[in-house]
Design a protein around this ligand. Structure first.
Ligand SMILES: C[S@@+](CC[C@H](N)C(=O)[O-])C[C@H]1O[C@@H](n2cnc3c(N)ncnc32)[C@H](O)[C@@H]1O
Length: 304
């Protein structure tokens, strides 16, 4: 059982090791481990310190939207272990390729729909738990006629070690050349460092399994979305179709939490999304194959 669990987070260990990173064109400034303790002056520093992975050369609304996170962000943004963060970031960067291939058709459909919904110019999109930014190619593939011309993407993540991988993904997808802007800021879903009603969309892939408090995170998603704004999600969840798998997911979750940075296998995330006062939820449950405890999946949209 144990060996299966270890295989899950990333049925992925047999994959080739990560390639060395290319020389970075622009060093990313380090953000403070917790922004909660910052005073007003320090917040100017945070605003300036938002990692500018790629600046598209237009006044980005992400910078205006940043603000001190609502208290109690410290409760959810516990001090982190830098070595563990780096290892997890490396594992996510190298170990998720097969999984990403499996969800690619679903993601392509979701992002096409998302980009049809948001404004064509300066749409402000929050990637919640951006991680290594595997979603970067989907922003690049926006159809140029119908889709937005300029996206302002802000990744929020408590693991600062993800930033360099996110930058690499943004570069590989050529987002700057397409006129998009990508930035990252330290933060947690339970206390987003963003103003009310500032975002055209919030994107969340494989993050609601990891946050400490799903309900609070969903409330924060609603708070920062503009009226009618779109929440796109794709998450692995507790099995709805295989009781024996569901039982194993429940049993193995404590171990998974420890070995995969807080990831829970036993969440009924779609039910939790439906329980929040979104105006509409349009989502599917389906089972992937070949990813064991990560097979049960939900994907879709909720509208603020
Ligand atoms: C499994 S990774 C998924 C990353 C990325 N979204 C993807 O699709 O690969 C989970 C991410 O959530 C981040 N995370 C963990 N706790 C969080 C929290 N409370 N709020 C926001 N992000 C969190 C982790 O640092 C990690 O980058």
């Amino acid at each position: 059982m144990l060996s299966m669990l270890v295989a899950v987070p990333l049925a992925l260990h047999h994959l080739p090791p990560p390639q060395p990173l290319p020389p970075r064109r622009r060093p990313l400034p380090q953000l403070p481990a917790s922004t909660e303790l910052l005073g007003r002056r320090d917040w100017l520093g945070v605003g300036c310190g938002v990692c500018c992975a790629l600046c598209g050369g237009f006044p980005a609304s992400a910078l205006n939207a940043l603000q001190a996170p609502p208290s109690p962000s410290k409760q959810f943004d516990a001090p982190r272990n830098a070595h563990r963060d780096e290892s997890f970031a490396k594992m996510m960067a190298s170990g998720m390729r097969q999984y990403e291939q499996a969800v690619a058709p679903t993601k392509a459909r979701l992002f096409r729909r998302l980009l049809d919904k948001v404004p064509r110019s300066d749409a402000f999109i929050v990637e919640l738990g951006m991680g290594t930014f595997p979603n970067a190619p989907y922003y690049a593939n926006a159809p140029s006629k119908a889709g937005p011309r300029r996206l302002d993407i802000l990744g929020i993540d408590p693991n600062d070690a993800m930033n360099e991988y996110a930058e690499r993904a943004a570069n590989a997808a050529g987002l700057a050349a397409l006129g998009h802007s990508v930035r990252t800021a330290h933060g947690v879903g339970e206390a987003l460092p963003l103003a009310d009603g500032c975002a055209d969309a919030v994107v969340c892939t494989l993050t609601l399994c990891s946050v400490v408090d799903v309900k609070r995170t969903l409330q924060e998603v609603r708070r920062v979305l503009k009226p009618n704004g779109t929440f796109l999600f794709l998450e692995h969840v507790l099995s709805e179709t295989d009781p024996s798998l569901a039982k194993q997911q429940v049993l193995l979750t404590p171990l998974q939490v420890v070995s995969a940075d807080g990831c829970h296998l036993d969440r009924r995330t779609l039910q939790q999304i439906r329980a929040e006062p979104f105006t509409d939820v349009d989502a599917d449950y389906f089972d992937l194959s070949g990813f064991y405890y990560l097979n049960p999946t939900i994907a879709g949209f909720a509208i603020a």
